[in-house]
Design a protein. Sequence first.
Length: 319
Amino acid sequence: MSTLICPEDFSPITDAEAIRKACKGWGTDEKALISILGHRNATQRKMIRKTYEEMYSEDLVKRLESELSGHFEKAVYRWMLDPEERDAVILHGAIKEKPIPDYSSIIELSCIYSPQDLLAVKRAYQARYKRSVEEDLAQHSTGELRKVLVSVVGIYRYAGDEIDARLAKSEADIICNAIKSKELNNEEIVRIITTRSKNQLRATLNRYKDDHGSSLTKHLRDDGEKAANAFLAALRTTIRCITNDPQTYYEKVIRQALMKSGTDEESVTRVIVSRAENDLEVIKELYYKRNTVSLDHAVSKNTSGDYKAFLLTLLGNQN
């Protein structure tokens, strides 16, 4: 359920003129931009971009980039892109993260999205950056982590309901034997977690827990080495993205981002901007149940300025 509040009457010409006025002169009228863009859905924003370019022979997104700065600029920039292009930008930034790729963002897109939606993002990525996602991932990651990331991005998972109970039992035993042998980087573990359909993997994980008394994520723990940390954390993230519903997963992401000693604005922006027109209302409800404080309040407490005002607008706060 969306949190976006849009007016019943909408004119892309009026909005384009108001945005042009907000960007002219010595200072940008950020409040005016928020009042317009924070209350327009994806179709309307696309119409505004097209109308603005026709009227002023200028790319609106580039103009906004030049007018704004910081976390506010990044949030508005991503908000103005088409959803597939936005996800491609997020994916590109995650892959280029130093010293290792931001595997959480990469896995979110790969495992929460449907195979068709992921394919659309990958096409947008290739159109924008003239390279495949797999190509860039292979270049910017190494070792066991590379195997996980390239596999989850590259696979087109079966999305049907079919489950093979015998296969679930067999693969649960394969995983158990590898863990007993302390082969946490076993290729079979990677293969099963990164390629099986969501329903099949859930069946395997349930069988593993029933037969061996604990969840697989508890057994996929590192030996203290940084490379192993990232590899095993990526496997655990993959499992959580597949076994949890998306809203529960994203609630945890934004909760942890806001609870850090220094707010993780990248994650906060990613969740709010990408889910505002989808299921952010459900995420807000889960957040309140989990934390006994509203997400609006938490965002207001941990962010500031125009960035805060924009996020609160997307959250449905009309103040």
